[in-house]
Design a protein around this ligand. Structure first.
Ligand code: TRP
Length: 76
């Protein structure tokens, strides 16, 4: 596993239409800077960068990271 956080990739696979992958800014001002909409079966591969410190996933998706795999689910 790499020590450089910017070389880490995360993989998000939508398991329903309309999943949103939202990038949040790095630094003292934490806000949304990018929202990507994925339809069922679509995959996004993303890194943490100078500009992106956190990612929020909205909708049902499988998320793989170096820490493992997790499934996001909509609120009941
Ligand atoms: N321009 C953004 C950046 O370099 C693109 C990006 C990278 C991004 N990782 C992301 C957008 C994760 C959304 C989610 O930081």
């Amino acid at each position: 596993m790499s020590k450089n956080p910017n070389s880490e990739f995360i993989v998000i696979k939508a398991i329903e239409d309309g999943v949103n992958v939202i990038g949040l800014t790095r630094g003292s001002d934490t806000r949304f800077h990018h929202s990507e909409k994925l339809d069922k079966g679509e995959v996004m591969i993303a890194q943490f960068t100078e500009h992106t410190s956190a990612v929020k996933v909205r909708g049902r998706a499988i998320i793989q990271t170096s820490h493992g795999e997790i499934e996001s689910e909509p609120k009941k």
